[in-house]
Design a binder for this molecule. Sequence first.
Ligand code: ATP
Ligand code: MG
Ligand code: MG
Ligand code: MG
Length: 439
Amino acid sequence: MRLSRYFLPILKENPREAEIVSHRLMLRAGMIRQQGQGSFTMLPLGKRVLDKVCRIIREEQDRAGALEILMPTIQSAELWKESGRYNDYGKEMLRIKDRQERDLLYGPTNEEMVTEIFRAYVKSYKDLPLNLYHIQWKFRDEVRPRFGVMRGREFLMKDAYSFDIDYEGARAAYNRMFVAYLRTFTRMGLKAIPMRADTGPIGGDLSHEFIILAETGESQVFCRKEFLDLAVPGETVDFGNDAEIAGIVKDWTTPYAATDEMHDEAAWDAIPEDERLSARGIEVGHIFHFGEKYSKPMGAKVQGPDGKEHFVSMGSYGIGPTRLIAAIIEASHDEAGIIWPESVAPFEVVIINMKAGDADCDAACERLYAAYQAAGVDVLYDDTDQRAGGKFATADLIGIPNQVIVGPRGAAAGEVELKRRATGARETTKLDDLLAFIG
Ligand code: ATP
Ligand code: MG
Ligand code: MG
Ligand code: MG
């Protein structure tokens, strides 16, 4: 992408409405535009990051055996009356009437709708286990939308729903999502700690929140420090092996970790002080087992191997991709701007032409740009006629992990400079060597 043809509305001034660093940097880097209370447009740079975040989520959901669908945002109130949640859900739910005066709502979550899909088609235990997920906008009329996309009213959610014949199957499904979540957040460069959590309006008896430690987090959390060093399973983890998956979950749930709603003072006091971590945290994911809470009132049942009908045992599993973008920035930035982990960076490389119009600079940059594109690397080429200082500031602000800096003197000598955004480390290299390396 040539910056001269891109839409990157950088803000010079710090936006006054932004209270936390991620909100400030997302506005300044031209990633988002606020459209109303708690609602945002993803501008091109933000959309690129969102797509990368969603891609990692999808890959890990798919690896764990979940199947992607796409349900509508607008739901019928009838379904929610069946489950009994239409009245219970309260003011967070946006209720709408259509021209026939039918009660509709903008989905804050999809347990009812997915249960309706399940009961329409699945009749036998032989079709289980089943896990269906989608990545779709949600609306919740939050009391206090704030901190940009961290707490929006309209926000993106990945929500998965598992269906099993009995508790044992449902527990295995829960474990698979638990491990998929560990891998998902690690791939985004985040340390997420699973904490025992309250089940809230989703209901149920087993639940973990995945929490990123950050000073600006809205929850108070308590855990053992050893979580920071626990190993996350690699790509070869076998989701078909229930015992292996259960073992990983056990390792990750044995040390003490709880959000304030579930905090147990006695258990906490028993932990040596230097092993305790009491901090603020951001909830980026939440998984629930709730058994028959929806399948029973909504009549979602299958025939078991015993020939009898069983209400399916269910769980649901949420991740907030839009909130994650902010959480990643909270975890990875400095004075100059965002520092994207490679896996979610909007571009992997930025080529900075320090003197557009200089024949050597232009030629070197064009060759590099073509080489990166041919190699399938996401490359941004700053070909604008801004001053070099401004270009460096922009590259640092938008956080591209690798900068290739091309100045007139170096270009004339066949050399360019490489800079790593994360460390600031610089090295000079021969243009031809770099071209050969790109391939
Ligand atoms: P919170 O405690 O922050 O209000 P929640 O517990 O209500 O979140 P869940 O119902 O567990 O949220 O939804 C699953 C995931 O969706 C959350 O873990 C979070 O990542 C994301 N999410 C929830 N509410 C919002 C929001 N208002 N803005 C952005 N993301 C959200
Ligand atoms: Mg909430
Ligand atoms: Mg919560
Ligand atoms: Mg939650």
